[in-house]
Write a protein that binds this ligand. Structure first.
Ligand code: AMP
Length: 443
């Protein structure tokens, strides 16, 4: 069976053929660590987790790399607001991010690369761009000259002229040659973190972090680059401009994959719009399996409306599926027909909603053999713990904490109730606050 991937670059589903047979180098843009991650992040990272697990299921040796943006204007702003050292802000939110990923069952990443560990590589990239005439210096830093790159805009399908519009007018400075030119290296400003380098004291621009990391880890070309739709322009476009100008090799990436947004109302959930719920908040009401089910039931390229209704629907469907699966007896066989059908759907650009339907069909098929082992295989990708029995034996200690928490909640002592939740978590149980009160799940 042939795997097809929709690539944003061609706007088509293409047959997947990695650069090196059987091996896949894959990079997904990681978070800027200045705040807790929200449910929009959960969508993108869970959907990629499933994509990577499927690639591994297909037999590919995947190296999944993610960057951590650990120096950025937003981090500096947050550090100033909180009167805290920027490194402490980074440490706190990076740890929180990794904890959130673990809570969501996202464990497919091979390496998290901190941008600040690649300053040498960043400087080397800027120096090569200067040497080749793609970068120039003005009062506050080095910039990429868009007029030197005829192909700029090929990913987002924007022409150079359109590069002059508001969306691309980042890194404002009236000395810039073209208003869409983006910053590669920012010279030091008072009170800001900086590195002493041959380019002058300063810090990296955002786009160059990723190409420096991927060049070091993968070389100048690799297989798959992922991220949310919002990153196509200018971020991913800038990555192409930088790396292809430096190396002269095209394409930087064979397959560009982008996830659709998680929206609240009509708008994308985002920190800057303030319309977000954090992952840790959501995990107080829904289990990671219920959340994963929600993301599986929508194609990764499509948007999801974030609402109680959507969440409740996903929760109810998931619980119904799990109830059936838990009762299935292992006959030690695989149902090849259903597994093949599942694979056909996943091979079609990772069509998880259709492959979920195949799973439903399998569990409802009274005559089908090999249900248990087939579900087990599928669930190694989905991570829904469908076969794990929930007949909970609640230890006395946990029971006592639950009772204390019940009282704390009645007295509206939310801080105490959250502390007790953490204590219960340490003992291996998740407490969900649903409509019927506290509900316990095994982690
Ligand atoms: P950020 O830290 O905001 O740059 O986001 C990290 C990753 O999460 C990027 O790949 C974003 O595209 C993605 N992302 C951010 N907000 C959303 C959202 N509302 N829905 C889906 N993905 C998102």
């Amino acid at each position: 069976m042939v795997l097809k991937i929709y690539s944003t670059l061609s706007r088509e589903k293409e047959t997947f053929k990695p650069l090196k047979k059987g091996e896949v180098n894959l990079f997904v843009c990681g978070p800027t660590v200045y705040d807790f991650s929200h449910v929009g992040h959960a969508k993108t990272y869970t959907q990629f987790d499933i994509i990577i697990k499927y690639l591994r299921f297909k037999g590919y040796k995947v190296f999944y790399l993610q960057n951590i943006t650990d120096i950025d204007d937003k981090i500096i702003k947050k550090a100033n607001e909180e009167k805290e050292d920027w490194k402490k802000i980074v440490k706190k939110y990076k740890e929180a991010y990794l904890e959130d990923m673990e809570s969501l069952g996202i464990n497919s990443v091979n390496k998290y690369a901190n941008a600040t560990d690649y300053i040498e590589e960043i400087v080397s990239q800027v120096e090569r761009l200067i040497k080749k005439g793609y970068a120039y210096k003005i009062s506050d830093g080095y910039y990429f000259d868009l007029s030197k790159d005829e192909e700029y805009g090929k990913l987002a399908k924007r022409k150079v002229l359109e590069g002059e519009d508001a969306v691309s007018r980042i890194d404002e400075n009236s000395e810039k040659k073209n208003s869409g030119d983006f910053c590669l290296w920012k010279f030091k400003k008072v009170g800001e973190p900086s590195w002493k380098t041959s380019l002058g004291e300063g810090r990296p621009g955002w786009h160059i972090e990723d190409t420096a990391i991927t060049e070091k880890e993968f070389g100048s070309q690799y297989d798959i680059h992922g991220g949310g739709l919002d990153l196509i322009f200018p971020h991913h476009e800038a990555e192409i401009a930088q790396m292809e100008s430096i190396s002269g090799k095209k394409p930087l990436v064979k397959y560009w994959m982008h996830t659709g947004f998680l929206n609240t109302g009509k708008e994308k959930m985002s920190k800057s719009l303030g319309n977000f719920s954090t992952i840790r908040e959501l995990l107080k009401t829904y289990s990671k399996e219920q959340i994963r089910y929600l993301f599986i039931s929508t194609n990764y390229r499509k948007p999801i409306d974030f609402s109680t209704e959507t969440l409740e629907n996903a929760k109810n469907s998931f619980e119904r599926l799990k109830n059936i699966c838990e009762k299935i007896v292992d006959d030690k066989k695989i149902n090849e027909k259903y597994l093949k059908e599942f694979e056909e759907q996943m091979d079609d650009d990772f069509n998880t909603p259709n492959s979920l339907q195949v799973l439903w069909k399998l569990v409802r098929d009274e005559k089908a053999k090999g249900k248990y082992q087939t579900i087990k295989k599928i669930d190694e990708i989905f991570g829904l713990k469908l076969l794990e029995k929930q007949n909970l034996v609640v230890p006395k200690e946990v029971d006592e904490l639950l009772k204390k928490r019940e009282i704390a909640r009645k007295d509206k002592k939310w801080e105490e109730s959250d502390k007790l939740r953490e204590e219960i978590k340490k003992l291996g149980f998740q407490v969900l606050d649903g409509k019927v009160g506290q509900e316990l799940k095994k982690i």
